[in-house]
Design a protein. Structure first.
Length: 370
């Protein structure tokens, strides 16, 4: 952080108004100097929500546009996954999930509806809770719904390792885990999509390190800034991207050094590599991206719910009129969707982007409608 930043509360310098105003003025000055329009994509749902909640869209000059990307794990999970999860619940299997998935529509149902119909669907904060349930209730089958990016995969991998070490036989994971780099490549390869810089996800980068983004400036000439989630964090990332554009510098800059190291968390990555292996994956709005998913390795196949219970993930068409897929690619804003705030809202969601606490439509509905 710059030396001229001040704070009446030393514990919260990244929310201090004076500090925010300093960076906003610098961003405005740089944007006047270059007089170009830039589209910077945040590929983390927490960035999307933080930017909306703190009013950053209205603070930025008109030449700088923040667009949302596929950074919400609930949102990018294909609808067929929810259908498969509901099928497991209908069979009498206990389905354990993070809360964000409960209300996501899948075909004609959702986990919330299955629970209301009597199915055993439990919400947890950690995958280890699902293992605890399985050890306590031997007469039931438990399936944990494994979604998320590099941030959450290590805890799931550690849970599977623990289950194997403890000989737990009534626990498995329905994996729909995804990794970010190949999705970013897919977006850059899209001829109809313009991205002038990436705000790279801080949580993911804590695990992966910053080196995973180096192909972007090298191959595509697009700058990247790894940043945190406070208002000042995001603005520092935007300033870094603008400065690199002005200086014709295409690099990966880490402005979240208080949490992210270049090498990341090697121990967490080793746990993931021991349990999972790369696979192709379906992303809502983008389609199949080679090498962007994680599948449970053969050595741990007894904990793969898809194999254990013979469940397949069907292809399901998105709801008619829903533009969630286009929003996830940065091709549309939530306000462009004809369903937004008419028939689709947090109380009655049509698409996953309106359900998740990291969804772009949810963020826009809560904080940007005015």
């Amino acid at each position: 952080m710059k030396a001229d930043f001040v704070s009446t509360d030393p514990s919260k310098p990244f929310r201090e108004l004076n500090n925010v105003q300093i960076i906003i003025r610098e961003i405005e000055k740089i944007s006047v100097e270059i007089s170009e329009r830039f589209r910077f994509m945040e590929v983390c749902g927490t960035h999307t929500m933080s930017a909306a909640r703190n009013g950053l869209h209205s603070l930025l000059p008109k030449t700088v546009q923040l667009i949302s990307g596929p950074g919400c794990p609930v949102c990018v999970t294909q609808p067929g996954y929810i259908v498969a999860a509901c099928e497991l619940a209908q069979r009498g299997i206990t389905v354990v999930t993070f809360g964000d998935l409960m209300r996501v529509p899948g075909g004609e149902s959702s986990l919330e509806r299955e629970s209301a119909s009597g199915a055993d669907v439990r919400v947890v904060y950690s995958p280890l809770d699902s293992l605890k349930y399985a050890k306590e209730e031997h007469d039931k089958e438990f399936v944990f719904l494994g979604i998320g990016f590099e941030t959450t995969v290590p805890t799931v991998a550690a849970t599977i390792e623990s289950a194997k070490a403890q000989g737990v036989t009534n626990f498995s994971v329905l994996s729909a885990h995804k990794t970010m780099p190949m999705a970013m490549r897919a977006l850059l390869d899209s001829p109809s999509l313009r991205i002038d810089g990436f705000l790279c996800p801080g949580h993911v980068s804590v695990i992966t390190g910053t080196f995973i983004y180096e192909f972007i400036p090298k191959e595509y000439g697009i700058p990247c800034a790894v940043t945190g989630f406070e208002p000042l964090d995001i603005l520092l990332g935007i300033r870094a991207l603008l400065k690199m554009r002005v200086e014709n510098r295409y690099e990966v800059e880490n402005v979240y050094a208080r949490a992210v190291r270049a090498e990341g968390n090697e121990y967490a990555r080793r746990i993931v590599e021991s349990v999972f292996e790369p696979s192709d994956a379906e992303w809502r709005g983008i389609g199949n991206i080679p090498g962007s998913g994680l599948t449970i390795r053969e050595e741990y196949s007894e904990f793969d719910a898809a194999r254990r219970h013979g469940v397949t993930i069907p292809n399901i068409e998105p709801p008619r009129g829903c533009l969630c897929g286009e929003v996830l690619r940065g091709a549309k804003e939530p306000f462009d969707c004809p369903l937004f705030d008419k028939v689709c809202n947090p109380q009655s969601p049509i698409g996953a982007c309106m359900v998740s606490s990291e969804g772009a439509c949810s963020a826009a509905w809560k904080y940007r409608r005015a």
